[in-house]
Design a protein around this ligand. Structure first.
Ligand SMILES: Cc1ncc(COP(=O)(O)O)c(C=O)c1O
Length: 444
């Protein structure tokens, strides 16, 4: 890459600010996320690359915040959707393709007996919670400190509370993610500490008659990936089954990231309900929720209300169908490639970390992982995650950017791999990583 300049992006950001609050339509694309002093503006994304309007080309580990598992602008998906939309985008009536997508999902996602569609992860989390409450005739939902389940009022709190100096195991008071979220809207959410078996045992013992559901992101992907400790998800499954509580897997990020059977297949846990978005649509606006027929059928007779003018439109279903076709090919052969390059990258990084003797660890799995600059050797919960050095992460991230490697500017997130990432991409990334770590060692 030549001289790194983002001058055109700067100008476009200034123009954008005049018309769009913050210059973009999600906080995660603005300086609030860490894009300081402004985000780069994108010309196009193709395969494993991101092209900005200044002519910079990056190896893309943002991958649209997760969705483009089959590569950016995958031609098979684009062509399929382009043909489909010639038939009209949405009708306010059902059509066959949605059944085909449902069949594919039910074949692959272990807990799916019935499935339905919406457009974003935030929406499907809401309907899953509504179903759980209707099914159990109880109100309280357990979520975990550090977990993000979308931006809606009912769950957008205690996501990343500031811990101050005492990063102990205490759960912070419920804190909304921003202003304008009334306390009443999340009064029936109980917040617990991730990976704390005793905590959930006590809560369920005490409040089993009030608890409708436990919702987990099985790898707590929005706090830099905190995998479940051995036996933890199994214990939640056991406790929820014994106490008439619905177990919801929010697989908006993990869905189809491990393999065709998602995190529930990987960990061997059968939840009652599951939410999917991101990777299932390859970057198009698609979300799905499903699970036990007995629960999902509450939608059929109107006991539980759901709607949405553009739900299951042809763009969404076309994208999901084509993406699933790619993922299913050769019984999920594509995952061998993604996991192989992912492993090559993470192993390479770990070798460099050891060789350079720096305080850092990786958490996650082949196709998604995060680097933590931390004195800890493992991270089990949000307070432990908070011991990671955020400033060091940002310094690392910004140095990688100037070397053509695009990583989300937030240690809350992760790096994503796609089927389009090549050995050459990984070699370049490892070279940039080694140089960056050496520079940081010299300067810190
Ligand atoms: C685990 C999880 N659930 C729900 C959501 C909300 O999804 P969306 O942004 O599509 O509304 C996200 C978004 O990042 C997520 O990571």
């Amino acid at each position: 890459m030549g001289t790194f300049s983002t001058e055109k992006s700067r100008k476009m950001y200034e123009r954008s600010l005049k018309f769009i609050p913050g210059g973009a339509s999600s906080a995660s694309r603005t300086p609030l996320e860490g894009y300081k002093p402004y985000p780069i503006f994108i010309e196009k994304a193709e395969g494993s690359k991101l092209y900005d309007i200044d002519g910079n080309v990056f190896i893309d580990y943002l991958l649209a915040l997760g969705p483009t598992l089959v590569g950016n602008a995958n031609p098979k998906v684009i062509n399929f959707v382009s043909e489909e939309i010639k038939k009209g985008v949405t009708y306010g009536l059902p059509y066959e393709l949605q059944i085909s997508v449902a069949e594919k999902l039910i074949k692959n996602v272990p807990c799916f007996e019935k499935v339905s569609f919406m457009n974003s992860g935030s929406e499907v989390v809401q309907i899953a919670m509504r179903l759980a409450r209707a099914y159990t005739k109880k109100d309280v939902i357990i979520k975990f400190e550090g977990a993000y389940h979308g931006w809606m009022d009912s769950v957008a709190h205690t996501v990343h509370p500031s811990l101050g100096v005492d990063a102990d195991k205490k759960i912070r008071d419920k804190m909304p993610i921003g202003s304008g979220i009334p306390e009443n809207s999340y009064k029936d959410i109980m917040v617990l500490q991730w990976n704390d078996i005793q905590g959930i045992e006590e809560a369920i013992k005490r409040d089993r008659d009030r608890i409708a559901a436990v919702i987990v992101d099985p790898c707590m992907c929005n706090s830099g990936i905190i995998p479940p400790e051995e036996g933890y998800l199994e214990k939640i499954r056991e406790l929820t089954a014994e106490n008439d509580i619905v177990f919801i897997f929010d697989e908006v990020i993990t869905g189809f990231r491990f393999d065709l059977h998602s995190a529930q297949g990987h960990f061997g846990i059968m939840p009652d309900l599951t939410t999917l978005a991101k990777a299932v649509g390859g970057g198009f606006p698609v979300a799905a929720y499903g699970g036990k027929a007995e629960i999902m059928d509450l939608l059929a007779d109107g006991t539980v209300f759901r709607a949405g003018t553009v739900n299951a439109n042809r763009v969404a279903m076309g994208a999901a169908y084509a993406t699933l076709e790619i993922l299913e090919e050769g019984n999920g052969r594509i995952y061998d490639q993604i996991n192989r390059v992912g492993k090559k990258l993470t192993q390479g990084m770990e070798e460099i970390i050891a060789r350079e003797n720096i305080q850092a660890i990786l958490t996650g799995f082949g196709t998604m992982f995060q680097i933590h600059f931390t004195p800890l050797t493992r991270i089990r919960n949000y307070p432990e995650f908070c011991r990671s050095d955020k400033d060091k992460f940002m310094d690392f991230r910004n140095r990688m950017l100037t070397k053509g490697i695009f990583i989300r500017p937030s240690h809350f997130g992760e790096l994503y791999l796609s089927a389009a990432h090549t050995d050459e991409d990984i070699d370049k990334t490892l070279e940039a990583f080694e140089d960056t770590i050496k520079e940081m060692k010299k300067e810190h």
